[in-house]
Design a protein around this ligand. Structure first.
Ligand SMILES: *[C@@H]1O[C@H](CO)[C@@H](O)[C@H](O)[C@H]1NC(C)=O
Ligand SMILES: *[C@@H]1O[C@H](CO)[C@@H](O)[C@H](O)[C@H]1NC(C)=O
Length: 306
């Protein structure tokens, strides 16, 4: 028994040694390569070995259109948590400009402090929604999105290459989504996950053209799409200075359609995300928080921003 073990062991031993030596040579080689790259990159002309740098150095970053993400937001228990989730994504997107519009009569300290430390280039605006519009059955964040459009029209010109996207603070965004929308020539569209009472909604695409909508709610809308499902080239926003989100006569769920009607036609839409077959954004919605045990009066010995 013992001798069988030893004979097996000695047959295997040389093979094990050969494998160890090959692995060792291979790691030495790649470490020599990395060291060489390190010194060359210090001279300022070698491609650095990490992938992220290699992919972006091929593209001239300053030539990329800027993505302007418009986020309406309002004071509530989950606000800072939602904004943190968004900032953690947006911080990783090159050439990104975040337009945060508060529903308030002044900048709040929470959002000002948050943006100062978010590590994302941003513009902070505010506009108060009149109380008469804050009822159920009224579209939301109309004034805030229009304030952002007004800012873009006042501060950007046709020389600025950009893409405008409406990024509500209750969604989850993949990084790929931003690279898809960056090439938007006029208006681009893509699927949205967890929306309209379905796992996803999407534009139906045939031969590279949008021909209809897969949706659980009012497929008869001219553009049956969620706010997170489209992007608009900055030029289109500037060329159509009167295009706005409508308050008068607007119904919730019709805002997107009413806005897009002013700037494009269904047959001109540019399908993204593999002809609208990939979900790269989700309408996640944070659960309503339970503050049932929150004391009426401040009881803690310190004040903590949440
Ligand atoms: C990158 O693009 C910008 C704008 O198009 C241009 O001014 C600049 O010279 C380019 N830089 C390089 C290294 O090609
Ligand atoms: C989308 O569909 C068009 C037309 O069928 C095709 O030419 C194109 O390659 C498709 N794009 C992708 C990314 O699959």
């Amino acid at each position: 028994m013992k001798s069988l073990f030893y004979s097996r062991f000695f047959i295997l031993l040389p093979w094990v040694l050969i494998v160890i030596i090959v692995i060792d040579i291979d790691t030495k080689r790649s470490s020599v390569r990395n060291t060489a790259n390190f010194y060359l990159s210090r001279l300022g002309n070698a491609p650095r070995p990490d992938r992220a740098v290699r992919t972006t150095s091929a593209v001239n970053r300053t030539a990329l259109p800027v993505i302007y993400a418009v986020t309406p937001t309002y004071t509530r228990a989950v606000q800072k948590a939602e904004l943190t989730r968004l900032a953690n994504t947006f911080r990783q997107v090159p050439r990104f400009h975040w337009i945060v519009v508060e529903d308030s009569s002044a900048h709040t300290e929470l959002v000002s402090r948050f943006l100062a430390r978010a590590g994302v280039q941003s513009t902070h605006l505010h506009v108060f929604t009149p109380r008469r519009f804050k009822r159920n059955g009224m579209p939301r964040a109309t004034e805030q999105r229009n304030a952002a459009l007004g800012w873009l029209r006042g501060h950007r010109s046709l020389n600025d290459a950009g893409v405008v996207f409406f990024a509500d603070d209750d969604n989850t965004y993949s990084l790929e989504l931003f690279e898809e929308m960056r090439s938007t020539r006029r208006v681009s569209v893509w699927p949205v996950g967890l929306v309209g009472g379905r796992r996803y909604e999407r534009p139906i695409v045939e031969q590279g053209k949008v021909v209809g909508w897969y949706t659980g709610w009012r497929a008869d809308r001219p553009f049956a799409i969620d706010m997170a499902g489209f992007a608009v080239n900055l030029k289109v926003i500037l060329d159509n200075p009167r295009a706005l989100f409508k308050r008068r006569g607007a119904k919730p769920g019709m805002q997107e359609s009413d806005f897009l009607k002013q700037i494009t036609k269904v047959e001109d839409l540019e399908p993204k995300a593999h002809n609208c077959t990939q979900v790269l954004v989700w309408h996640t919605r944070t659960e309503k928080v339970n503050l049932g045990n929150e004391p009426k009066r401040h009881l803690d010995s310190v004040f903590i921003e949440v």
